[in-house]
Unconditional design. Structure first.
Length: 131
């Protein structure tokens, strides 16, 4: 039916405003906000901005994010650098996603290191210009 097709199509529509958190030794730490629209990612936080792309399949999503840091830089994957590119593989459950961020292109046989990440959908994107 048409309604079933609409539900299926919207099930993995990630368009919206999402908060992001990193899991660490002391629990979940808020890191920023992402704006997802039609396969494109923009966002930022106190000391960074992020750009990238994403694809969805079934209840999963793969996000390719370039994180650009400024001001006080934090160590990501053991490095304090201006730019870090990560791949996030996540599963969606309603307005939440949880997954793992890794560095792309890790060579076979090398230690795999991942950072646990989660996202919560906070709002729809505005339909019209706000000013």
């Amino acid at each position: 039916s048409v309604s079933e097709q609409l539900v299926r199509r919207n099930r993995m529509n990630l368009n919206g405003i999402w908060s992001s958190e990193l899991g660490g030794a002391y629990g979940w730490e808020p890191v920023g906000t992402l704006f997802l629209k039609d396969g494109h990612i923009t966002g930022g936080g106190r000391n960074h901005y992020a750009i990238g792309t994403y694809k969805t399949k079934n209840d999963g999503a793969v996000l390719h994010i370039e994180i650009n840091q400024f001001g006080k830089k934090r160590a990501l994957f053991g490095q304090k650098s201006d730019k870090v590119c990560v791949v996030v593989k996540a599963k969606r459950d309603g307005d939440r996603m949880i997954g793992e961020a890794t560095l792309p292109g890790a060579l076979p046989g090398h230690t795999h290191y991942g950072i646990c990440v989660r996202f919560k959908r906070r709002a729809d994107l505005p339909e019209k210009k706000t000013h």
